[in-house]
Design a protein around this ligand. Structure first.
Ligand code: PHB
Length: 359
């Protein structure tokens, strides 16, 4: 029987098990948004996961929206990530980097030259940005000119090449959670009148052009995609998410990606609170490997794999707090609980100090 401990091939990446580490922002990068030795240790500790998806990592300077998030657009960042991938590989693991552009979920304090963040349309998100001086209200972003869009696409393609130079096994394009690609995809944040706005076909154009460029740059079998059809996180919504994402996922079949990673509902919320959406329909439309993510435990993950709903399950909080999650699942051992006070602060505390099971 296929279960969480069964091997799986995602494109060119061979996983010994189906426990995937979800991308998790941890805000421990160093000066210049360069990965640190502490980050090397954090990822090395989690190398027994079938596949690690790194924290979201901006593809260009304008793609940053939070302090201390590691980028993949400078030589120093590539060198820092190389230490991470070497350590994970030496420990027997596999690791793909999540490629990110935050779009409007930023602040002039985090942007080059204090400029306004960029977005599909000049619509200010509700809420506040995390900045170096504390929380500050989001500002009205600047709508990207049509002529600037090739530059955004090129930044993703270059970042994918940088990821290969840094020794990653693959990349995951971040198309979810209300960040730039999702701001184009979903109707509430996209009021453009050019070829990148309006119909679902136009709203999906940026994503599909990014995928075309990234797969051309590094080959389709090392490229995955994150989507989150209904999360309202970062003040975003769609008037008809099923139609939008049925279309997007159908188009993905052209690219034969390594995997599609879907965040169901809202990050962290119980299933009763998820906005209505038929994930089985996406499963039926999509011809490739599907990773599902949101609050799965061992039993529900086993069930999702046994039923064919997912090829693998991504765990966030569980892997954050249990570097040896695969072994704990094998032994039926109790799990450490995450230290929610130290998700985004605390250096090694709540980061690299979660206990392993005794040998
Ligand atoms: C966050 O930093 O809060 C964050 C980043 C990327 C996500 C979700 C949340 O996809």
């Amino acid at each position: 029987m296929t279960d969480l401990f069964s091997p799986l091939r995602l494109g060119a990446i061979e996983l010994p098990n189906r426990v995937v580490m979800s991308s998790l922002t941890r805000n421990r990068a160093g000066e210049g948004n360069v990965p640190t030795d502490l980050m090397v240790e954090y990822y090395r500790q989690r190398a027994s996961a079938g596949l690690i998806l790194t924290e979201a990592s901006p593809v260009c300077a304008e793609g940053h929206g939070y302090p201390r998030t590691p980028g993949i657009h400078t030589a120093e960042q590539i060198a820092g990530w190389r230490k991470v991938t070497d350590a994970v590989h030496a420990a027997g693991g596999r690791i793909a980097i999540q490629l990110w552009h935050v779009g409007r979920i930023s602040h002039p304090d985090l942007q080059p030259d204090g400029a306004a963040p960029v977005a599909p349309s000049a619509l200010r998100p509700a809420g506040q940005a995390v900045t170096f001086t504390g929380m500050q209200d989001y500002v009205t972003p600047r709508a990207l000119e049509t002529a600037e869009i090739p530059g955004v696409i090129a930044a993703f393609a270059q970042a994918a090449k940088n990821a290969m130079a840094a020794g990653f096994d693959g990349v995951e394009i971040h198309g979810g959670n209300g960040y730039l690609v999702d701001q184009f995809l979903r109707s509430s944040t996209n009021q453009r009148s050019d070829a990148y706005g309006g119909s679902k076909e136009n709203r999906a154009r940026l994503l599909l052009e990014i995928i075309a460029a990234v797969t051309a740059a590094i080959c389709n079998d090392r490229v995955g995609l994150r989507l989150s059809p209904v999360t309202p996180f970062n003040d975003i919504s769609d008037t008809n998410p099923q139609a939008t994402f049925d279309y997007v996922v159908g188009e993905l079949n052209r690219f034969d990606l390594a995997f599609l990673d879907i965040l169901q509902g809202t990050g962290g919320s119980p299933q009763e609170q998820w906005l209505p959406f038929d994930y089985a329909r996406l499963r039926a439309i999509y011809k490739g490997n599907l990773i599902l993510n949101n609050g799965y435990d061992f039993a529900s993950a086993q069930q999702a794999i046994a039923s064919g709903a997912a090829a693998a399950i991504a765990f966030g909080r569980a892997l954050l707090a249990n570097p040896d999650l695969v072994e704990r699942f094998r032994r039926g051992a109790p799990l450490n609980q995450p230290d929610y006070e130290r998700l985004y602060v605390g250096e090694e505390k709540g980061y690299t100090d979660y206990p392993f099971l005794p040998a």
